[in-house]
Design a protein around this ligand. Structure first.
Ligand code: SF4
Length: 319
C-alpha cells in the first residue's frame, strides 16, 4: 500500500502527495517538507496606496460633526493647548481627509456615515444591512441596536471624519451654488488621486445616496471626470421606485452617464441581484454560488474590476 494520498490545494493549484507508507503520525513533517519547496507566498499582493491628498475645507460641517459625537468621543478627541486649555478638534489641528483608501480595492473612495445616509436600508432577520460593517446604532441606525460597527470604521476619529464628510454634502447640497462647490472639490480630489492607468473610483464604501440633490451633485462630478469609471452600490433604488418624482429623475440622469455603474443592491442575504430598468446589473450576498473572488484573495480585488462592469451581476460571499 505505497500509493500516496493526493490532496489538491485550491489556493495554490498544487497537489500534495503524502506517502501512506510514512504513516499519518508523521504527516506534519511531510507537509513541512513540502511547504519548504514552495515559493514564498505573499499574503497581500495588491500594491499599497499612499494617503490621498485633499482635506475637507473649513466650514460648519466640522461643528455639526462635533455636536453629533457622544460625550465620550468628544473627550477622546479633545486636544489640549500648551497652557492646558481644552480645545476641540478644529480644521486647523485635525483636518479630515476628503477621500478614503480602502485596502480591498484599487484606487480611492468616498465614504459618509452609514445608516444616517441610507434611506433604502432595511433591517431585521436576514437583512444585509443588519450585518453591515459600517452601520450601527452608533451611526444613527437605532432600528438595529445590535448592529455594531466593526474594524477601522468603529474608531472615533473615523466616525468624526464620516460625519464631517456627510455634513459637507448635506449642507452644500441644499443650494444649487453649494452643489457646484461640492462638485468642484470632489472632481478635483478624484482627478488628482486617480491613477490614469487604472482609472476606477468607488462611491460609498460607507453610506448611500441620501437624497435627489446629492444624486444630482454626483452626476455633475462624474460628468466632469469622463476618463474615470465610477461604481456605487445603492439600496436607494427602491426609494426611487416607490416615490418616483425627483428621486427617479435624479437616478435616471446619473444612470445616463456612460462612466457610471450604479448597482441596485439586494436587501436580504440569498436574494437574487435586483434588475431595475436604467440601473446597472445588481449585486447580492450569498452563502453559496458567489462570484466575487475577493474571499479567496485575502479580501483584495487585485486585478478584478468586475464591480465597475455594468453588465455583470455580482454576488459577494456572506461572512
Ligand atoms: S467582484 Fe471584483 S472588483 Fe468587485 S469587490 Fe469582488 S474582487 Fe473587487
Amino acid at each position: 500500500m505505497n500509493t500516496p494520498i493526493l490532496i489538491d490545494l485550491p489556493s495554490t493549484g498544487q497537489r500534495l502527495a503524502i506517502a501512506r507508507a510514512a504513516g499519518w503520525k508523521n504527516w506534519e513533517d511531510h507537509v513541512a517538507t513540502w511547504r519548504a519547496t514552495l515559493p514564498a507566498q505573499k499574503k497581500h499582493s495588491q500594491p499599497k496606496k499612499s494617503a490621498p491628498t485633499g482635506v475637507i475645507p473649513p466650514g460648519p460641517w466640522y461643528r455639526v460633526a462635533w455636536l453629533l459625537l457622544s460625550d465620550d468621543e468628544r473627550h477622546r478627541l479633545t486636544h489640549r493647548s500648551r497652557s492646558g486649555k481644552v480645545l476641540p478638534p478644529t480644521t486647523e489641528n485635525s483636518p479630515v481627509q476628503a477621500l478614503s483608501a480602502p485596502s480591498k480595492m484599487p484606487g480611492y473612495s468616498w465614504a459618509i456615515t452609514a445608516g444616517r445616509t441610507c434611506p433604502g436600508a432595511v433591517y431585521g432577520e436576514g437583512a444585509i444591512c443588519s450585518a453591515c460593517y459600517a452601520g450601527g446604532a452608533d451611526h444613527g441606525n437605532t432600528a438595529n441596536a445590535n448592529n455594531k460597527t466593526r474594524g477601522y470604521i468603529s474608531r472615533t476619529a473615523v466616525r468624526r471624519a464620516l460625519l464631517v464628510r456627510e455634513h459637507f454634502t448635506r449642507i452644500l447640497c441644499t443650494t444649487p451654488a453649494g452643489r457646484v462647490t461640492f462638485a468642484d472639490h470632489m472632481a478635483a480630489w478624484i482627478a488628482r488621486n486617480t491613477d490614469p492607468a487604472d482609472p476606477y473610483f468607488r462611491i460609498h464604501d460607507s453610506g448611500d445616496f441620501w437624497g435627489p440633490s446629492y444624486i444630482d451633485a454626483w452626476a455633475s462630478i462624474i460628468a466632469r471626470c469622463p476618463t474615470i469609471t465610477f461604481w456605487a452600490p445603492t439600496r436607494s433604488w427602491h426609494i426611487a421606485l416607490s416615490k418616483g418624482g425627483r428621486w427617479a429623475d435624479s437616478f435616471a440622469a446619473l444612470n445616463a452617464l456612460p462612466n457610471a455603474t450604479i448597482r441596485p443592491s439586494a436587501l436580504f442575504i440569498g436574494d437574487d441581484a435586483p434588475q431595475i430598468d436604467g440601473f446597472a446589473a445588481g449585486s447580492g450576498v450569498k452563502t453559496t454560488d458567489w462570484n466575487c473572488p475577493a474571499s479567496t484573495t485575502h479580501n483584495e480585488c487585485r486585478s478584478c474590476r468586475a464591480c465597475w462592469d455594468t453588465e455583470t451581476a455580482i454576488y459577494y460571499h456572506a461572512h
